[in-house]
Design a protein around this ligand. Structure first.
Ligand SMILES: C[S@@+](CC[C@H](N)C(=O)[O-])C[C@H]1O[C@@H](n2cnc3c(N)ncnc32)[C@H](O)[C@@H]1O
Length: 391
C-alpha cells in the first residue's frame, strides 16, 4: 500500500484525531500516488499515524478513516461504520422518518452523505476516495435499511473539485420523483431528483420545532428563504393568522403550496422574490411581524468569501430587526462552514446598534442531532442560529 510521511510537527494534530492532511503537509510519498487510493500515513520518522485515502490533485489531499493500526480500511470497516451510524440514529428521538444516516466526517466516513426519506435513501459522494466504495456502501445500506430504493445525487462541487464521475439516478431498486415524509405532526413532499440538497433541509428539524414555542394564535409571521415552507407550516400549525413565505425558487414554493394543502392548512402567502429586495420593500412599507425567521443559503463557500458574506448577514439582520414588532422574535441562521457563531453574534450586535433596537438572546440552535460534528474541527458545527427578542 502507498505510504506517506508528513512534515515534522504535523503529526501532533493527527495524533489528536484531526482527520485531514493538506497537500503541503506531506513530506514524502513511497511512490507516485493515484487518485483515490488507500494510504498509510506516517510521521516524519516513520511511525504509524493512520489509514486514509488520497487525492493528490486537491488541497485536502488525505482524509483519514482510521487512527488504529489494527483497523485498516476494508469494505468490512465501511460496513461496520454504516451500521454504527444506523445504531446511533435509532437511539435518537427525532420524531421523523427522514434523517441523516451518515454525516461524512461526523460518522467517521469522510466524503459520504446518506439521507433517509422514509423508504428511500439518497447518497451523495463528496470525495473521489469515498466514491470508490460505492458498491460496498450500497450493499451495507440495503442490509441495514431494507429500502425500496437508493438514489445517487450529484454533488456539483465534488464533481468539479475532486473529479468524481456521477450519473444521477437509482443505485438500487426504484426511486419515485416524489415521496412524502413526516416530521413532528407535519407532512412534507420531497422531490428527490430535483429538490435542493438531497431533497430537504434535515438539519433544521429542531429549529422548525422550536419556532412553535414562539408563535401564538393570531400572530403575523414571516419565513424568509422558506424553501418548501419548513418554518411557515409550523407557524401556521400554531395558529398564526398571517404567514408570509418568501423564496427565490418557484419549484420550492410550488411544493410548499402542496405541503400546505397536504397538511389541511390554508392562508400562507407564498412569494417568489429575492429575499433581500423583499425585506427592503417590507421595511419601506413599515410592515411589522411577531416572528421573523431568516434562513439563507450558504453565503461563504470559501474563507475568501467571508467579508462579503458578513455584509449579507448584516443586511438581513438590519432588515429583520426593523420589521420585527417590539416584543416580537427574530432568528438568523448561517449554514456556512466558514462563518462562526461569533461572526453571527457580532453581525447581530452591529445591526442592533445601527437600527437602534435593543435585543436579548433567547436561544441558540444548531444542526440537529443526526448531524454530529468533529471536536477537532469546530467548523463542522456548520449550522448555527441565534434567536432574539426585540425588547
Ligand atoms: C437553507 S434553505 C432554507 C430551508 C428552509 N428554511 C427549510 O426549513 O426547509 C435556503 C433557501 O433560500 C433560497 N434562496 C437562495 N437565494 C435566495 C434569495 N436571494 N432570495 C430568496 N431565496 C433564496 C433557496 O431557494 C433555498 O430554498
Amino acid at each position: 500500500m502507498l505510504q506517506i510521511r508528513v512534515k515534522p510537527g504535523i503529526e501532533d494534530k493527527i495524533r489528536g484525531f484531526f482527520p485531514w492532511i493538506y497537500r503541503p503537509e506531506i513530506a514524502s510519498y513511497s511512490r507516485k500516488p493515484k487518485k483515490g487510493e488507500l494510504v498509510v500515513v506516517r510521521d516524519f520518522g516513520g511511525k504509524f499515524l493512520g489509514y486514509g485515502y488520497i487525492n493528490p490533485e486537491v488541497s485536502i489531499a488525505v482524509r483519514i478513516l482510521s487512527f488504529d493500526k489494527e483497523e485498516p480500511i476494508t469494505p468490512d470497516l465501511i460496513r461496520k461504520r454504516i451500521k454504527q451510524a444506523y445504531e446511533y440514529r435509532k437511539r435518537l428521538y427525532i420524531n421523523s422518518n427522514a434523517y441523516r444516516l451518515v454525516h461524512s466526517e461526523g460518522d467517521l466516513l469522510p466524503g459520504l452523505i446518506v439521507d433517509v426519506y422514509g423508504e428511500y435513501a439518497v447518497v451523495e459522494f463528496t470525495t473521489y476516495g469515498m466514491s470508490r466504495f460505492k458498491d460496498t456502501i450500497v450493499s451495507a445500506l440495503v442490509e441495514v435499511l431494507r429500502p425500496k430504493g437508493i438514489y445517487e445525487k450529484a454533488n456539483q462541487t465534488a464533481i468539479k473539485v475532486e473529479g468524481i464521475e456521477v450519473k444521477e439516478g437509482a443505485l438500487y431498486g426504484e426511486v419515485p420523483q416524489e415521496t412524502i415524509i413526516w416530521e413532528h405532526d407535519l407532512k412534507f413532499i420531497i422531490n428527490i431528483p430535483e429538490g435542493q440538497k438531497t431533497g430537504f433541509f434535515l438539519d433544521q428539524r429542531n429549529a422548525r420545532k422550536f419556532v412553535r414555542s414562539l408563535v401564538e394564535p393570531g400572530d403575523r409571521c414571516l419565513d424568509v428563504f422558506s424553501h418548501t415552507g419548513g418554518f411557515a407550516l409550523n407557524m401556521k400549525k400554531m395558529g398564526a393568522k398571517e404567514v408570509v413565505a418568501v423564496d427565490l425558487s418557484g419549484l420550492a414554493l410550488e411544493v410548499g403550496k402542496r405541503n400546505e394543502k397536504l397538511n389541511g392548512l390554508s392562508g400562507i402567502k407564498w412569494v417568489e422574490a429575492n429575499a433581500f429586495d423583499f425585506l427592503r420593500e417590507l421595511d419601506r412599507k413599515g410592515e411589522k411581524f411577531d416572528v421573523v425567521v431568516i434562513d439563507p443559503p450558504s453565503f461563504a463557500k470559501n474563507r475568501h468569501a467571508v467579508p462579503n458574506a458578513l455584509r449579507g448577514y448584516k443586511e438581513l439582520c438590519v432588515r429583520g430587526l426593523r420589521i420585527t414588532k417590539t416584543g416580537g422574535y427574530m432568528a438568523i441562521f448561517s449554514c456556512s462552514f466558514h462563518i462562526t457563531e461569533q461572526h453571527l453574534l457580532e453581525v447581530l450586535t452591529q445591526a442592533s446598534y445601527d437600527v437602534r433596537r435593543q435585543v436579548r438572546v433567547i436561544a441558540k440552535t444548531f444542526q440537529d442531532l443526526d448531524h454530529p460534528w468533529i471536536l477537532q474541527m469546530p467548523n463542522t458545527l456548520y449550522l448555527k442560529g441565534v434567536w432574539v427578542e426585540v425588547v
